[in-house]
Design a protein around this ligand. Structure first.
Ligand code: FE2
Ligand code: FE2
Length: 474
């Protein structure tokens, strides 16, 4: 169980490590300062119907109740230790999992943890203004739940930095509160976390696409031979599932509402659809193209010696590493990657060890494709002849083998001119953003009411009715 009687709730017996406890209690006010500055705008007095972790066991870990977000019990929760756990891949395969950081991997591990940790506050910053344009009280509560849990994910990474990396770790923990999403001088580390999330369609796309990158990165780190990192990530994954649910159902409800309005009014042309106050399907496709492509970049270069080193050293595994049926060392294995050669996209086999980023990206794409197929079913069951598609993996990429090439959603290598002629059809343009934001000029917060551009969800949170008062504004 989690000890909530302490200043910092935890299940790591923090009270027995005075030095660590003091270091974290020193960081805590800085974190609160960051939350007041960069957390959800004007939300500090709201009472929000939030779930809080009460136990780290897979069943029944959540308790629901009204909480003012600054009073949320952020803390340190690790999955319980399995004494028999081993390093399951790489050159240390078969050793007992490490309970301390191996000296030779210290700086690498620190970098991995900082890079993951940096994404957590970044997304809170990206989403901080969205409360003022929420489509319902239900959705408002959901974004706040996502925000407090991203805050807790930051705590999770900061715990590791403080506990295992001494002074360097404490300095990194401070830097995590100093960087700002989109800041010119001190931006967040990864590209997608410096993009704006200007509206709720972008928010749902972000939680569907980019939080799912989070899931896959956490899954790979949950295999780590460094046991505290693995255990931390396993617990974070239980929270991540809700974020992706918010994204998938959010987009699905927008599609559903658009289809209903198209059918009722027998319109198909995007401008007619917009005249009825809902988001036309081609605009949804363009948002999808954008969020998918910037998220694919988060996996890094297709061929990467860093990725190979992380794996060989036992620091970062593959998706579902222990379920895979091979030698878990990958000395002779190969994996296909794309390359652009002479205006054509070709496939090339490279050592599997160097292609681990690409492999994780492919695992991610499989799951994304399933989600997009579920969105498609909403369109199909309305009888509307529109196909949502995932663009080619090389579309709009800035990192890896496709960087510097202009690839159409169909996978054609284009000249700059051809790209320019079509870009506005493929990526959201300023008119799209202006239109979507025009629908979201104010917030809808009457219990049970939903904005015109989105369908209500199938059910409420924690079996509450849709007209439940999910947020009290005070
Ligand atoms: Fe997270
Ligand atoms: Fe998340």
């Amino acid at each position: 169980m989690i000890n909530y009687t302490e200043k910092i709730p935890n299940n790591v017996d923090l009270g027995r490590d005075r030095v660590l406890q003091r270091a974290l209690e020193h960081w805590q006010p800085a974190y609160m300062g960051w939350w007041y500055d960069m957390g959800p705008n004007e939300s500090h007095n709201y009472e929000v119907y939030l779930r809080t972790a009460i136990s780290v066991e897979p069943d029944g870990w959540a308790q629901f109740g009204y909480v003012k977000m600054p009073d949320y019990r952020w803390g340190i929760f690790l999955q319980p230790r399995d004494e028999k756990r081993e390093v399951n891949f790489g050159i240390h395969k078969g050793q007992s999992a490490w309970q301390e950081v191996p000296g030779e991997y210290r700086s690498t591990l620190r970098r991995v943890i900082v890079t993951q940790g940096d994404t957590e506050p970044a997304s809170v910053e990206q989403q901080r203004m969205l409360g003022s344009s929420c489509p319902s009280m239900y959705d408002l509560r959901n974004i706040f739940q996502v925000n407090v849990e991203e805050g807790r994910h930051l705590w999770a990474m900061v715990y590791l930095l403080h506990r295992y990396f001494g002074r360097d770790g404490r300095e990194e923990a401070e830097s995590l509160l100093a960087r700002r999403s989109g800041d010119a001088d001190n931006p967040r580390i990864l590209g997608a976390f410096n993009e704006a999330t200007p509206d709720w369609l972008a928010f749902y796309m972000f939680t569907f696409f980019t939080d799912r990158d989070g899931k896959f990165q956490l899954c790979a780190l949950a295999e780590s031979g460094f046991d505290p990192l693995a255990r931390t990530c396993r617990f974070m994954l239980t929270e991540e599932a809700h974020h992706m649910f918010v994204g998938e159902t959010g987009v699905s409800r927008i599609i559903q509402r658009t289809c209903e309005v198209m059918k009722e009014n027998k319109v198909e042309d995007p401008s007619d659809v917009r005249a009825l106050g809902v988001i036309d399907l081609p605009t949804i496709q363009r948002y999808l193209n954008f969020h998918y492509s910037v998220t694919l970049d988060l996996y890094g270069s297709d061929v990467s010696s860093n990725a190979a080193n992380y794996y060989t050293s036992g620091l970062k595994g593959r998706f579902r590493e222990t379920k895979l049926n091979d030698d878990h060392v990958l000395t002779d294995a190969e994996y296909p990657v794309f390359e652009v050669v002479g205006g054509k996209i070709i496939t090339k086999n490279v050592p599997a060890l160097t292609a681990l980023n690409e492999r994780l990206r492919d695992d991610y794409i499989d799951e994304i494709a399933d989600g997009v197929a579920r969105w498609q079913r909403v369109i199909d069951s309305a009888g509307i002849p529109f196909r949502l598609t995932l663009p080619h993996k090389g579309f709009h990429r800035e990192i890896g083998n496709f960087a510097g090439h202009l690839i159409s959603p169909d996978g054609e290598v284009l000249s700059e001119e051809a790209w320019k002629n079509h870009e506005f059809e493929w990526l959201p343009n300023s008119k799209d953003y202006a239109y979507v934001q025009s629908l979201m000029s104010g917030r809808v917060v009457e219990p049970g009411k939903f904005a015109n551009w989105i369908a209500p969800p199938a059910r409420g949170i924690n079996n509450q009715p849709l007209n439940f008062e999910y947020v009290r504004f005070n």
